[in-house]
Design a protein around this ligand. Structure first.
Ligand code: F0G
Length: 461
């Protein structure tokens, strides 16, 4: 059982959160059509919906906000960010964007044509949707261990190199405008990718002249896992490991709302100057001038400082330790979780916890609703609602994993909050046989889980 690593900070500002009764929460969730995205945050006690943009900034970042330069072009804050990006990522060119999906959107609009294929270890939903929105076909080529919730492989986010090589030979490299790898693999449990696998993936892409982009949202957590688990990296700092990770790639997209430790922001980095010129045109059209990219100067300053704080070894030991503490505590009361725990979140195996609910009745969604009703806790579904597709006959193709993600906002909740989450799960386990499934009553075409509506299949709800 992982001991709790004391927070390497003390709390200077607090934000009240509110308890509600189970009866109130039943009424609230019904009115929200059983979709936790539609519940007001003031009606949530512990919000584990996402670790994206929900963390607490440091005093140093807030100080940076005050000295942010709001000049439209070539502001001082842009150069602070440029210096951090050069130092950590090392790519020749970059632009800020308002968040990660804006970077994905620009990249896909420049490179993806209808019928193109884009491989990844496992696409996150926004990447998948941005490729599909351009008529492309996102393809996942994760190692098999990454899809097995009980496998203890240390790098379950690795690309299956043999699958990748065979697949490229089969489909032909001409239809592959770029290839990706996501660190850590959010859609598959927040699992890391090893340095060896990053290097080999780059070799395979480059052998076929396919540009290689890293989805870098949680690169610092990935670097920490490499330091802890991969032979030969124990003596290197997370910063040195991160530099090496990016040295194999031709560019990256990044949501700074994760390991950039800010509430808004993103990056698009690349080495190709001609492609960057086209990216800048797209950026000016949709986001803003290339030195601010849809952000305020103060946001750029906060990202520049946050990127370094996110790589601090003390912070990372606490961060990854907190996630391990929650996963171990849940496992101890009998909650089936993806093992080993990932960096930013604990992923509960809803199929194993609610085996009586068939795939079409959305077990992970049902567990998410129950967590809210039982404890006022908000989680995210990463299962059929987020990822199932329909085949040409209109029949559902269900994803291999049916997970509920408990994402930990950075530097926001304490050990007592996590213990409360564990107690709530223990209460749910007591009555799990009475939990029934859900049916979608409104199904939007893209990123379904954000706005879909549901009805309960229970006779008593
Ligand atoms: N890639 C990954 C791996 C992500 O986890 C996310 C966002 C994005 C890209 C898009 O970034 O939100 O700034 O546009 N993940 C959030 C989450 C939403 O809850 O996991 P964004």
């Amino acid at each position: 059982m992982a001991g709790y690593v004391p927070e390497p900070f003390r709390i200077k500002v607090v934000e009240p959160i509110r308890r509600t009764t189970a009866a109130e929460r039943r009424t609230i969730i019904r009115a929200a059509h059983y979709n936790v995205f539609k519940v007001r945050s003031s009606d949530i006690l512990i919000d584990l919906l996402t670790d994206s943009g929900t963390g607490a900034m440091s005093d140093n970042q807030w100080a940076g906000m005050m000295v942010g330069d709001e000049a439209y072009a070539c502001s001082r804050s842009y150069y602070s960010l440029e210096s951090a990006v050069r130092d950590i990522f090392g790519f020749r060119h970059f632009v800020p964007t308002h968040q990660g999906r804006a970077a994905e959107h620009i990249l896909c609009s420049l490179l993806v044509r209808p019928g193109n294929l884009v491989p990844n270890n496992m696409h996150f939903d926004t990447t998948q949707a941005n490729i599909a929105a351009r008529g492309g076909i996102p393809t996942n080529l994760l190692i098999d261990e990454g899809l097995n919730p009980s496998s203890h492989h240390p790098f379950k986010g690795n690309m299956d190199l043999r699958k990748l090589q065979n697949w490229i030979q089969q489909v032909g490299p001409e239809g592959i405008p770029f290839g990706m790898i996501t660190v850590t693999n959010n859609a598959g449990g927040g699992q890391p990718v090893s340095m060896a696998n990053l290097r080999e993936t780059a070799n395979v892409y480059h052998e076929h002249r396919i540009p290689f982009f890293i989805d870098a949202c949680r690169y610092a957590e990935n670097a920490y896992f490499i330091q802890q688990r991969e032979l030969g990296y124990a003596a290197l700092s997370p910063l040195e490991i991160a530099r090496q990770m990016f040295s194999y790639a031709d560019g990256c997209t990044m949501s700074a709302k994760k390991d950039g430790l800010v509430n808004i922001g993103g990056l698009l980095c690349m080495n190709d100057p001609a492609l960057m010129q086209r990216a800048e045109q797209e950026l000016i059209l949709r986001e803003g001038f290339p030195t601010y990219g849809g952000l305020a100067g103060r946001d750029l300053e906060a990202i520049a400082r946050g990127l370094y704080e996110g790589l601090d070894p003390e912070y990372l030991a606490y961060r990854v330790g907190q996630t391990a503490y929650l996963a171990d505590s849940l496992a101890e009361v009998g909650v089936p979780c993806v093992q080993p725990p990932g960096g930013h979140a604990v992923y509960v195996d809803a199929r194993a916890l609610l085996p009586h609910i068939p795939a079409e009745h959305l077990a992970a969604w049902a567990l998410g609703v129950e967590l809210y009703v039982q404890g006022g806790i908000r989680s995210a579904e990463l299962g059929a609602v987020a990822f199932a597709t329909r085949d040409e006959n209109g029949d559902w193709q269900f994803p291999p994993l049916e997970l509920v993600r408990l994402a930990l906002p950075r530097r926001s909740y304490t050990q007592a909050h996590l213990d409360y989450v564990v107690e709530t799960f223990a209460a749910i386990l007591q009555k799990r046989d009475d939990i029934s499934g859900y049916r979608m009553t409104y199904e939007p075409p893209f990123l379904r889980h954000f706005t879909a509506e549901f009805e309960s299949l229970s006779r008593t709800n």
